[in-house]
Design a protein around this ligand. Structure first.
Ligand SMILES: Nc1ncnc2c1ncn2[C@@H]1O[C@H](COP(=O)(O)OP(=O)(O)OP(=O)(O)O)[C@@H](O)[C@H]1O
Ligand SMILES: [Mg+2]
Length: 255
C-alpha cells in the first residue's frame, strides 16, 4: 500500500528526482528514440535539454511522466522505478510533477480560468474536476488571477482558451502547471511559440520558482542562448544519446 506522503519522503531522503540507467525506448515502427541514456537529476537543478529535431527530447519527457514505458534499462522518477510503478503511485507522482507539453493540450470549450484550475487535477478527484468545469470558487479565481498576472494574461481570464493565439495558449498551459504547486516542472519547449519578451518572462518565472521555492526544472529548448542564460546544467541529445552533459560555461567553450 502507498502511504499518503511516501513520494515526498523519498525525495527528501535522497534528493534524487531522476535516475536513468542505460535507458532505451524503441517504438514498434523500429525507431530507437532513446538509445542507452544514463544520467541523474537532483533536486534544485534547472536543466536545459538541447538537441536537433527528432533527437528524442519529447520521448524522454514522455518516459519521465509515465506516458511511455522504457523498452530497456532502468528509469526511476522521484525514487520510483517506472517499470514497476502502479497506477496509484503514478497518479500521486504526477501531482508532484507539472508537465508542460510541446502541443499545449488546452481543454477546448473551457475558459482560460477553468483551464488553469484544471492544473489542480493531479491533486483533486474527477468529481472536483467536473465541478471546476461548471463552477469556479472566488478563492480559486483569486489564485488563478495572481498566476495569470505573472504571465501577463489577466485580460483573457474569461475568454475561451482555444480562441487565444498559440503563444497565449502556451502561457495558459504554463499557468496551469503553476496552479498545481508542483516540486518538479517538466516543460517541453515552453518558449517555442512566444515572442522574445514573453520568453524572458516565462524563463524568469521558472528561474524564480527554482531559486525561491526549490522547484526542479527540466526543459527542452531549441534556443541555446536561453539554456546558457537560465540553466545550471545543459544536456544535449543526438540520435537518442547524450553527447554533452555539463554546466553552461563548459558548453559555451565547446568542451
Ligand atoms: N509514438 C511514436 N511512434 C513511432 N516513432 C516515434 C513516436 N514518437 C516519436 N517517434 C520517433 O522518435 C524519434 C524522436 O522523436 P521525439 O519526438 O522524441 O524528438 P524531439 O527531439 O522531441 O524532436 P522535436 O525537436 O522535433 O520536438 C523521432 O524519430 C520520431 O519520429
Ligand atoms: Mg519534441
Amino acid at each position: 500500500m502507498v502511504r499518503q506522503n511516501d513520494l515526498v519522503e523519498v525525495i527528501r531522503a535522497d534528493e534524487e528526482i531522476i535516475r536513468a540507467d542505460n535507458l532505451t525506448k524503441n517504438f514498434p515502427n523500429g525507431v530507437t528514440a532513446i538509445n542507452g541514456i544514463s544520467l541523474t537529476v537532483t533536486r534544485g537543478e534547472i536543466v536545459g535539454v538541447l538537441g536537433a529535431s527528432g533527437s528524442g527530447k519529447t520521448t524522454f519527457f514522455r518516459l519521465l511522466n509515465g506516458a511511455l514505458m522504457p523498452s530497456g534499462g532502468e528509469l526511476a522518477v522521484l525514487g520510483k522505478q517506472m517499470r514497476q510503478i502502479s497506477y496509484g503511485q503514478l497518479k500521486k507522482m504526477r501531482s508532484h510533477i507539472a508537465m508542460i507539453y510541446q502541443h499545449h493540450n488546452i481543454i477546448p470549450g473551457l475558459s482560460v480560468a477553468k483551464n488553469v484550475l484544471m492544473g489542480k487535477l493531479g491533486a483533486v478527484s474527477i468529481l472536483q474536476a467536473l465541478r471546476i468545469a461548471f463552477y469556479v470558487k472566488e478563492k480559486e479565481l483569486d489564485k488563478v488571477y495572481g498566476i495569470l498576472e505573472l504571465l501577463g494574461l489577466t485580460e483573457k481570464i474569461f475568454d475561451r482558451a482555444t480562441d487565444l493565439s498559440g503563444g497565449q495558449q502556451q502561457r495558459v498551459a504554463i499557468a496551469r502547471a503553476l496552479m498545481g504547486e508542483a516540486s518538479v516542472i517538466l516543460a517541453d519547449e515552453p518558449i517555442a511559440s512566444v515572442d522574445y519578451l514573453t520568453a524572458e518572462t516565462i524563463l524568469g518565472l521558472f528561474s524564480r520558482l527554482n531559486q525561491e521555492k526549490d522547484v526542479t526544472v527540466i526543459m527542452n529548448l531549441h534556443q541555446q542562448d536561453a539554456a546558457i542564460n537560465y540553466c545550471s546544467r545543459i544536456i544535449v541529445f543526438e540520435k537518442g544519446k547524450v553527447v554533452f552533459d555539463g554546466p553552461p560555461e563548459k558548453f559555451e567553450r565547446g568542451e
